[in-house]
Design a protein around this ligand. Sequence first.
Ligand code: GLA
Length: 378
Amino acid sequence: MPAETAKLARAFAAQHDHNPRFIAEAPGRVNLIGEHTDYNEGFVLPVAIDRTVAVAVAPREDTRVRAHSVDHDQRDDFSLDTARRHPMGGWRNYVRGVLWALLDSQLPLRGVDLSISGDVPQGAGLSSSAALELALSGAVCAASGIEMTPRDLALHCQRAEHMYAGVQCGIMDQFAAALGRKGCALFIDCQSLETEDVPLPTGLAIVIIDSKVPRELADTPYNQRRRECAEAARALGLASLRSADESQIESLPDDLGRRARHVVTENARVLAAKAALRDGDCATIRRLFAESHASLRDDFEASTPEIDLLVELATGAPGAIGARLTGGGFGGCTVNLVEAARAQRFGEAVASEYRRRTSLDGEAYFCRAVDGMKVHDA
Ligand code: GLA
């Protein structure tokens, strides 16, 4: 058993006075390209990363849920019949939200004891919440003897996010946490929900730089952007911006037109980036990342001065191939594709120059692409 998992099993035993039965683990994600396209039925290209949330679980004979966050040193205790929103918010709402979504589908859940621990940075745009949701749903279903595909678990987790976290997110984060593949990016067509593994070229490394300007998406204009996109689609007489083209957009008022232009051009960039990754075409990747960032900054207005600075610093750094804002935006991280041999130097150079210029504690994370959620015996 890996050291981290063994530590979680010990923390479970100390909290609940017996051993766990299963441990479920799910990864965070970094999105290579395709931002704010998922809820517009478009294309995305995320990678599941080797930062995970793990949930240790054992079934109970009654309908109680005794939950324990090892990292926060906090507890929650409630009955499945009353899995209502917890007024304290935070991690407890994700636990209750996921249970609510599963119960709402009439699944025969058992009461459980559970302990949670993880190393996905929170509020950084790396989907710590989707990782928690997937690990939790996998753990609770295993403890209840319910078999569900990772894809169905992900759809339940998305509902939990909508209802309990108040974020009208798309499906990207939950699909990446459920269906990611080692060594690959996950291409998702968010209209058909078909996915495809896209192998990452050897010799390319993913470096994430955290601006350390944290945010919860529920407190940002994320939902407003989603509404603006829906309004733009309605004005064009379309079900979603997926089927819009650039010429139609000119008829929209300025703000809506810029939001829609981001989505339409970003979808085209995802398809081009998928091909460029397959061909190992670094010049095209560099251009697409730069265009994606500019579009998020100027048309979608989802960047911040700190994130713009990180992208600018990356451009001249050793081994840089492409840099852009990743995730929902309004803070968080940049994703950088870098020549593997120079990844360490790149990360250190960008993070230290950023710290010098801003006095913020910017940090580089060196990540590998890993498999999605797994459950094993404890
Ligand atoms: C957040 C949401 C995703 C997606 C991204 C932006 O991560 O959870 O569904 O919309 O923002 O691409």
